[in-house]
Write a protein that binds this ligand. Structure first.
Ligand code: FES
Length: 104
């Protein structure tokens, strides 16, 4: 099996409770550190073209800054209106001090 994980960032670039924007093969992603667990998702809200990097991270959710929809970082599901479409979530591995993301 081919390992399709790509290096995304160093662990110390994504502090606890923080988000960090990265570009992997032309795709903009957001890394989020929730109590030490790293999550990766698309950077754009699924409702309109607004960067979720402008939003807020709380518990396992990112809240969009424009209309306030929250997305669950484990499932990608929107928890509030007006967003209806799931946010794409990507598998993450941490190896040493490197964060690796599978964008395939
Ligand atoms: S743009 Fe994100 S909820 Fe509307």
């Amino acid at each position: 099996m081919t390992d399709s994980y790509l290096f995304a960032a160093k662990l110390n670039q994504v502090g606890v409770g923080k988000m960090f924007r990265v570009q992997l093969e032309g795709k903009l992603l957001l890394l989020a550190n929730v109590n030490g667990a790293i999550h990766a998702c698309d950077e754009m809200c699924t409702h309109e073209d607004v960067s979720l990097a402008l939003g807020a991270l709380k518990d396992n959710c990112i809240k969009c800054s424009l209309h306030g929809s929250r997305f669950d970082l484990l499932t990608g599901k929107p928890l509030d209106d007006p967003a209806e479409e799931n946010l794409r979530i990507y598998p993450v591995k941490v190896e040493g001090d490197s964060i690796l993301v599978d964008i395939k």
